[in-house]
Design a protein around this ligand. Structure first.
Ligand SMILES: Nc1nc2c(c(=O)[nH]1)N[C@H]1C(S)=C(S)[C@@H](COP(=O)(O)OP(=O)(O)OC[C@H]3O[C@@H](n4cnc5c(=O)[nH]c(N)nc54)[C@H](O)[C@@H]3O)O[C@H]1N2
Ligand SMILES: Nc1nc2c(c(=O)[nH]1)N[C@H]1C(S)=C(S)[C@@H](COP(=O)(O)OP(=O)(O)OC[C@H]3O[C@@H](n4cnc5c(=O)[nH]c(N)nc54)[C@H](O)[C@@H]3O)O[C@H]1N2
Ligand SMILES: [Mo]
Length: 761
């Protein structure tokens, strides 16, 4: 079928950014904010005295331009600052079973929640409830649990440091380490893989390093959509002539060409800056094989250099002084089977050697990566093999070089830093106990997959969600939804209605909170919160807009309300902490020494950087060294791959995780629909299918995404892609990286078959 016969499908020939991006912002402002929009919010975004953009965790340049433009940041802000409201009258008109039939897009499009709500099982509707009564009911249900581990405390990564710190305090004072969080579905492979290798689970670079890098590798992330402000950084790298090497199964426009809306000349001349100097379409799940191939090519070239009387290509002084495990790595790579590497990665030995050559010919290299590496059965191994590659040439802890995981939510890294973890360390718990006079539980808690499993089996009976939409974000909606419906208590602290809110338990409450853009007024005046970006920079965020409703409360205030009701005898001064968030920051500083002088340093323009040992070649590992870690083999699928194709779930340009802003995916040429699956043209042909055919995507018995339109797309052979969250039905709860628990959202073995004709279906 040609594109002319297909609704909403036409190739996109423009660059990323540019006039298309400006047009999209204008539409978002009009749709969400109405005729007289309060666009002041857009001008305060990422300014030193404004609020932190809730869009992504990419840092702000030190010398912030007057207005850091970003299309998807603007969408995130207009989404929050919308004029639309989901008030009591709306819930009186619509029952939960009625709302259940609405799409995710329609649910959030109703607008901001205005008042606390409680589900009334007699009428099937949510009805307004006073805050104090809501807290009392939650407190009573929490106290009625047989033991504290029956509660799950979920955090989505928008929560500020202050909110997250109070939340972990509440849960630990209550008695559990059950902290499923969005990081468990996101960069957990980084949080588990990197500390073993380099002693810290965070990136080692700063924005300034990009100015000094001789080459930048972009592996498995899509910045044009998910970290648009990064394109400005990549544009500068490209204009300096430094190579940008992309490894991604799909050709993503945001990595190919960028027209900077902040560069007037590019805009008026319709020119653009090319970004990727080479684009390698790896097979989905083939990265570890690629990295091992690159390391082997590097070792071979090193040996050849030495044999010819040269210096060799490895940083031997670095390896000798700073690392262990080198010999074991070399021994593993000596056994490498190139045929296997080529099959897994979909790239030839010659191409892999070329990629490796760019790597070894560059003195200083930064590698950026995202979900394309972490959301695999071997996500942790992917991250560690990449780290090996960097260590071989001393590319960690020197200017212009390092590892750069692109974090997801704007404060997902900060939430971890201030204690949201199911596997807390003893020194941290000891300091927390000393600071607050409590006895924290020592037993490790649940991550996201374990939490849902515990809920499904009845071991957990209560859930509080500090933001997010966990039920829709997790694999296997059938099992996950049933787990939520079986609970005794379900509390969602959120800004908009979503699917998780509708999974009602015996006692279900929705507690509407302030967003980042809004004025947070407490007993001692307006408050600012703090966040930590992908590069460990901590800075303040202050909202100024009038709250969407006078009845909203801040996240810290809601947590304090729950805490007082659930732990009536506790000695923690919750009201004092809430009256002035400086007091929360004093406590954060008492528990985490890296935050010394917190209140002063966060008031300095631009904030401050938390210590990242590896960035200074201080390795916080048990033996004080960085570690090469061997991953025997290259097998992503562990023989599980019975389907001929591997599917990756991806984000469209018009969504924020489970929040669907619109139905377009501009850079991939899809308009007004999401029911598509991207397939390589040769794979389509070999399956006897054509561009535009309706197909079912089959991952196993009962795991079927039916009625999708197959699109021939620039994606590597053997790889297919479909949108998240629709495709979550293809992932089983047990399909995850066994070391980090990260669901393998991007390595799902599937087959495609022609859908039965509609009348027969
Ligand atoms: N506008 C917007 N911004 C966002 C988000 C959003 O949804 N919308 N989400 C936020 C969050 S929480 C996160 S975690 C980040 C996500 O940001 P990204 O990491 O960019 O997320 P994805 O869109 O899931 O996938 C990234 C890329 O991985 C590629 N890929 C898939 N499989 C493989 C593979 O096997 N190998 C390699 N090398 N690449 C592969 C896909 O083709 C895609 O280009 O963005 C954050 N920012
Ligand atoms: N198949 C597949 N599944 C995935 C992924 C994938 O790539 N593929 N990605 C995974 C990843 S990386 C992540 S991070 C998770 C995302 O999982 P979550 O973080 O749980 O989900 P979000 O969609 O970001 O949450 C959206 C909701 O957050 C609420 N919200 C928005 N702003 C605020 C606020 O300021 N405060 C509060 N309290 N609530 C707010 C709104 O009510 C909104 O409905 O999904 C994961 N699931
Ligand atoms: Mo994420």
């Amino acid at each position: 079928m040609s594109d002319d016969d297909l609704d909403g499908v036409a190739p996109y020939s423009g660059p990323a950014g540019g006039w298309g991006a400006l047009g999209a912002v204008a539409r978002a402002v009009r749709d969400q904010m109405g005729a007289s929009p309060d666009t002041r919010a857009l001008l305060q975004m990422n300014q030193p005295d404004g609020f932190d953009c809730p869009g992504c965790a990419w840092p702000d340049p030190k010398h912030a331009s007057s207005f850091e433009f970003c299309e998807n940041g603007a969408k995130a802000v207009t989404w929050e600052a919308t004029g639309k409201r989901a008030g009591p009258d709306f819930f009186a008109r619509h029952s939960v079973s009625d709302l259940w039939t609405w799409s995710d897009y329609a649910l959030e499009d109703v607008g901001r929640l205005t008042t606390p709500l409680r589900y009334d099982p007699r009428t099937g509707h949510f009805t307004p409830i006073a805050w104090e009564e809501a807290f009392a009911r939650i407190g009573a249900a929490m106290r009625a649990m047989d033991h504290a581990d029956q509660m799950e405390f979920y955090t989505s990564g928008r929560a500020s440091n202050e909110a997250a710190f109070l939340y972990q305090l509440l849960a630990r004072a209550y008695g559990t380490n059950n902290f499923p969080d969005c990081s468990n579905m996101c960069h957990e492979a980084t949080s588990v893989g990197l500390p073993q290798a380099i002693g810290v689970g965070k990136g080692t670079v700063t924005l300034e390093d990009f100015e000094a890098a001789d080459a930048v590798f972009c592996i498995g992330h899509n910045p044009g959509t998910n970290h648009p402000r990064m394109l400005g950084t990549l544009r500068e790298v490209s204009r300096r002539g430094a190579p940008i090497i992309v490894v991604n199964p799909m050709r993503e426009r945001g990595l190919e060409r960028f027209q900077d809306p902040q560069a007037p000349i590019e805009m008026v001349t319709f020119s653009a800056t090319p970004l990727a100097s080479a684009y390698h379409q790896v097979r989905v799940g083939g990265d570890a094989a690629l990295f091992k191939g690159m390391m082997r090519a590097l070792l071979d070239a090193d040996a050849a250099s030495l044999a010819a009387g040269g210096q060799g290509l490895l940083d031997r002084p670095f390896i000798a002084k700073h690392t262990t495990g080198f010999e074991a790595l070399v021994a593993d790579l000596a056994r490498l089977d190139w045929a296997e590497v080529e099959r897994r990665s979909g790239l030839s030995q010659a191409v892999i050697t070329d990629i490796a050559r760019v790597y070894w010919e560059s003195e200083r290299v930064i590698v950026c990566y995202g979900m394309g590496l972490t959301q695999h059965r071997h996500g942790t191994e992917n991250v560690q093999q990449l780290t090996n590659l960097l260590l071989l040439r001393g590319n960690i802890g020197k200017p212009g070089a390092g590892i750069c995981p692109l974090r997801g939510h704007s404060n997902v890294q900060g939430d971890r830093t201030v204690g949201i973890t199911e596997i807390p360390t003893e020194p941290f718990l000891a300091r927390l106990d000393r600071t607050f006079g409590i006895t924290s539980p020592r037993k490790h808690g649940h991550n996201a997959v374990e939490a849902v499993e515990a809920m499904a089996s009845g071991r957990a009976k209560g859930f509080i969600g500090l933001g997010g939409n966990l039920a829709a974000a997790m694999p296997d909606p059938e099992a996950t939804f049933a787990a939520f419906r079986g609970l005794d208590l379900s509390v969602q602290i959120c800004t908009k209605l979503n699917r998780t809110c509708l999974l009602v338990a015996k006692e279900s409450l929705i507690l509407p909170c302030l967003g980042r853009t809004e004025l947070d007024l407490q007993a001692e005046g307006p408050q600012a919160v703090t966040v930590e970006d992908s590069m460990s920079m901590v800075h303040a965020s202050r909202g100024r807009l009038r709250p969407a409703s006078p009845d909203l409360r801040s996240e810290p205030a809601i947590i304090a309300g729950i805490a007082k009701a659930a732990l009536p005898g506790a000695t923690i001064d919750w009201d004092g902490l809430i009256a002035n968030y400086d007091r929360i920051r004093e406590k954060i500083e008492a528990v985490f020494p890296d935050f010394h002088d917190f209140n002063r340093r966060v008031r300095v323009k631009g904030g401050f950087r938390l210590r990242v040992g590896a960035a200074r070649r201080e390795w916080d590992t048990p033996d004080g060294k960085a570690h090469f870690i061997v991953f025997p083999g290259t097998d992503e699928d562990e023989g599980k791959s019975d389907g001929p194709l591997t599917l990756a779930t991806i984000r469209s340009h018009d969504q924020y995780n489970t929040t669907i802003y619109g139905l377009n995916d501009r850079y991939r040429g899809v308009t007004g629909r999401r029911d598509v699956v991207f397939v390589n043209a040769e794979d389509l042909a070999s399956l006897g299918l054509e561009h535009g055919d309706r197909v079912d995507v089959v991952a196993g018995p009962g795991r079927i995404l039916a009625g999708q339109t197959a699109l021939a797309h620039a994606i590597s052979r053997g790889s297919v892609a479909a949108y998240y969250p629709e495709a979550n039905c293809l992932v089983a709860l047990d399909d995850h990286d066994k070391r980090s628990g990260t669901p393998s959202y991007k390595s799902i073995p599937v087959t495609l078959r022609r859908s039965p004709p509609p009348e027969a279906a």
